[in-house]
Design a protein around this ligand. Structure first.
Ligand code: DOR
Ligand code: ZN
Length: 474
């Protein structure tokens, strides 16, 4: 017997256990996890003494803008950034141009992204109401991971990018859908068994409140929040919960930003409804109170809210209301982001800083290493049906592994990010605990912070083996 790789002397971390064992890899898969020494030659022996060995981290929410807005980012860059940040699998958002709105475009996207990918990937499908109602079951059959709906948003009719500053009457837009149509979309997606994931913000309320703030000449961060308050998210979350109860859809709330939303979702889960919620590092590590020091780089939608919201979101992490943490990687060019708070687009890089920030939370004693395995690997895999291929350290699974050094210190440096559009709210932040090695299907893609050359196109698209199930509670 000859082994492709062995990872020895490391401490293996899963959601519920931490133990010393070695991992033997064969043909890109995990062959054995054992404290015994197995017979056979080893092509590459990796010594992980003093380090932690995790199931490869998964980022379920990235916008690589490719094709469509590849001056901001492309898949070669975003997946190198993923590898640099210890992420072995990404799920790519569907609002590209063309969007992933039907199986023909999905096939094109698989091929287009596959030529560039450094890590493995699955694809989101987009829900555009009556415009692609008939395409939802075929997209399900074709193996999208889940369906995304921008609730309360207009998207550009040609580019499918989010309209960051939408006003009714604008041309070339698909305006926000009415509630009845949202209900129909939920029914349609419910019939597939896949997740219906929503960006939740109430457009009517935002139009009225933002109009009022603008008329007064308000332009500060607090003014932005007065125009897009927690209530805008809470109203949509609550409508979603009530419609999900009727339609039976597996509703997933994307990037939760308001404490009250977390409380409503917790209650819905206590009722037994299949409703899940994710959050992102910006809602955990930033609050409105940081705006004076961080500035417009931290503009995202839904906007980062107050410290009391941040505290409730951490409580949602602690009690399992929140299934997982992902980046909402949404790069823009530094020029686009370098304007007034009001006019610039929302979004920033995230895929490369997701894991370091969560490891810093371990260092700070906010979460445990096991929580990291749960929040960044196991739960996302279970929710979207990626397991047992991804997100688990078990024999037969893909050998997707992230090795972490909790003693390594360093600083997030915007200039060193691997993304095209180098925009981050964390420039200069000191971090203790870094991903040290990223292994995808047995191949080392990142070592000691450096992404290996020749990895472009190694990453593969895959259909999730299952449809997953609701993940919440501890
Ligand atoms: O701030 C954001 N930017 N939030 C989103 O949901 C989308 C993203 C983007 O695509 O720019
Ligand atoms: Zn997003």
């Amino acid at each position: 017997m000859a082994w492709q790789k062995r990872i020895k002397n490391g401490t293996i971390v899963t959601g519920d256990a931490t133990r010393k064992a070695d991992i033997y890899i064969q043909d890109g898969r995990i062959a054995a996890i054992t404290a015994k020494t197995l017979e056979g030659d080893i092509e590459e022996d990796i010594d992980a003494s003093g380090q932690y060995v995790f199931p490869g981290f998964i980022d379920t929410h990235i916008h690589s803008r490719d094709p469509g807005a590849s001056h901001k980012e492309d898949f070669a860059h975003s997946t190198r950034a993923a590898a640099a940040g210890g992420v072995t699998t990404v799920i790519e958002m569907p609002n590209t141009n063309p969007p992933v709105n039907n199986t023909e475009n999905m096939e094109k996207q698989k091929a287009h992204l596959g030529r560039q990918a450094a890590v493995d990937f699955a694809l989101w499908g987009i829900c555009l109401g009556h415009l692609n109602e008939k395409d939802i079951p075929p997209l399900d059959d074709a193996g999208v991971a889940a369906f995304k709906f921008f609730w309360g948003y207009a998207v550009h009719a040609e580019t499918y990018q989010l309209m960051y500053n939408y006003k009714p009457g604008m041309e070339s837009v698909i305006p926000p859908f009415h509630d009845g149509e949202v209900y129909s979309m939920m029914k349609n997606v419910a019939s597939t068994g896949r997740i219906f994931a929503v960006h939740a913000e109430n457009n009517d309320l935002i139009q009225t409140l933002t109009g009022g703030v603008e008329a007064e000449g308000g332009r500060t961060y607090e003014d932005l929040l007065r125009g897009r308050p927690a209530l805008a998210e809470v109203m949509t979350v609550q409508a979603g919960i009530d419609m999900a109860r009727e339609t039976g859809v597996r509703l997933h709330i994307l990037h939760v930003s308001a404490g009250e939303s977390v409380r409503r979702i917790r209650r819905a889960q206590q009722e037994g409804l299949p409703i899940t919620v994710e959050t992102c590092p910006h809602y955990l590590f930033l609050s409105a109170e940081d705006y004076d020091t961080v500035g417009p780089q931290m503009k995202v939608y839904p906007p980062v809210k107050h410290r009391s919201d941040q505290e409730e979101i951490w409580r949602g992490i602690a009690d399992g209301t929140i299934s997982h943490v992902c980046s909402d990687h949404a790069p823009h060019t530094p020029e686009e982001k370098d304007g007034s708070l009001w006019d610039i687009p929302a979004g920033m890089c995230g895929v490369e800083t997701l894991v370091p920030l969560m490891l810093q939370a371990v260092t700070d004693g906010k979460i445990t290493l096991n929580d990291c395995a749960r929040l960044l690997s196991e739960n996302p895999a279970r929710l979207f049906g990626l397991d047992p291929k991804k997100g688990t350290l078990t024999a037969g699974a893909d050998a997707d592994i992230t090795i972490v050094d909790m003693n390594k210190t360093g600083t997030i440096d915007r200039e060193k990010l691997h993304s095209k559009g180098k925009v981050t709210a964390y420039d200069g932040r000191n971090i203790t605990g870094w991903p040290q090695m990223t292994i995808v299907r047995g191949r080392t893609i990142m070592k000691d912070g450096r992404v290996e050359s020749g990895t472009e196109g190694y990453g593969e698209w895959f259909a999730p083996p299952g449809r997953g199930g609701s993940v919440y509670g501890r």
